[in-house]
Write a protein that binds this ligand. Structure first.
Ligand code: NDP
Length: 329
């Protein structure tokens, strides 16, 4: 048996960072063979074909087959895992409505192609921005595929949040747990340390000893640093984050397929949990149990946290309204 994985925008930067790690077994482990389908728009086909040649030259024992195509029906045929990376970037002078319309034109047809061609239990992860609303559009266009099969990536935000806490506390990053992201993958996201622990002890206690006034530090330093980390990377590196985005994509899908020991974050379709309007693709604290994302329910949410969650959810509602007004939903 092998797993068929479709990567859209496979000729782009994140695609290039994903392909070789998937072929090396970093996604599904060293026992699972993979078949890769690389979807690109005609302008990107050359880059994807070049990556396919390099995959061949990698002589990866787990890689059964690679196909490059600009036809979504071919790309999603029998697809088990869909990584929707390709998206229309915001160009100079482009309004938000133009961006949503351009991406609706990509993610609507891809949702339909997934419904028509993919495996019945396909798992879809949207990376291309605006990821939450692109996932909403794809899910709405995929007749017959349960909406629980559509997710948006917020794992990079969570990884960034955990790494910032680990650095502040001078502890190994894997001792920092339970730092969910709520809301939209955007500057309004809320990285939440209310329930976080470090080596089993509340993070708040550990932070107090180092930063003093924890709420002030969260507001002035931690939350903006996490939310604006993408911009910081662009400033320092000269281009946007690539390998860390690919790494988080692998974390997300691996946990979805193999399960999580603890909470993590993912954009999933709301069923009304925590007062988030039903149907929005919103990031929540989640656990993957028996191959399904489940929102961690019953957490206490302070008024301070509530305000921040509500602000990000309000942005998701605005995006949904804009997309509806464009006739994309
Ligand atoms: P990247 O591979 O760098 O980025 C792809 C998408 O991922 C962008 O929408 C980007 O958003 C998003 N992204 C970047 N960082 C993160 C992050 N931290 N978390 C979540 N999402 C993130 O872009 P390239 O331009 O190098 O490649 C895009 C490719 O997609 C091109 O080759 C293009 O031809 C292709 N494409 C394919 C389509 C298709 O298959 N139908 C449709 C459209 C494009 P942001 O722009 O905000 O950084």
């Amino acid at each position: 048996m092998s797993t068929t994985i479709t990567i859209t925008g496979a000729g782009g930067q994140i695609g290039y960072a994903l392909l070789f790690r998937i072929a090396a077994g970093d996604l599904l482990g060293l026992d699972e063979k993979v078949r890769l389908r690389l979807l690109e728009i005609p302008q990107g086909i050359g880059a994807a074909e070049g990556a396919a040649l390099e995959l061949q030259d990698g002589a990866f024992g787990l890689l059964e087959h690679v196909e490059v195509t600009d036809d979504a029906a071919v790309a999603f045929d029998g697809c088990d895992l869909a990584l929707l990376v390709g998206a229309r970037p915001r160009g100079p002078g482009m309004e938000r409505g133009d961006l949503l319309a351009a991406n609706g034109g990509i993610f609507g047809p891809q949702g339909a192609a997934i419904a028509a061609n993919a495996a019945p239990d396909v798992r879809v992860t949207v990376v291309g921005n605006p990821a939450n609303t692109n996932a909403l559009i794809a899910a709405a266009s995929a007749d017959g595929v349960p909406v629980s099969r559509f997710t948006a990536l917020t794992r990079l935000d969570e990884n960034r949040a955990r790494a910032q806490l680990a650095q502040t506390l001078a502890v190994p990053v894997d001792t920092v747990r339970r730092v969910p992201i709520w809301g939209n993958h955007s500057a309004t996201q809320f990285p939440d340390v209310s329930h976080a622990t470090v080596a089993g002890r509340p993070v708040h206690e550990a932070l107090e000893a180092i930063v003093g006034d924890v709420p002030a530090w969260l507001d002035s330093t931690f939350i903006p640093r996490v939310a604006k980390r993408g911009a910081e990377i662009i400033e320092v590196r000269g281009s946007s984050s690539v390998a860390s985005a690919a790494n988080a994509t692998l974390d997300h899908v691996r946990d979805w397929v193999h399960g999580t020991g603890d909470w993590t974050s993912a954009g999933v379709v709301s069923q009304g949990q925590y007062g988030v309007p039903e149907g929005l693709v919103c990031s929540f604290p989640v656990q993957s149990i028996d191959g399904e994302w489940q929102v961690v329910e019953g957490l206490e949410v302070s008024d301070w946290a509530r305000q921040r969650i509500d602000a990000s959810v309000a942005e998701l509602v605005e995006e949904r309204n804009a997309v509806k007004a464009l006739g994309l939903l």
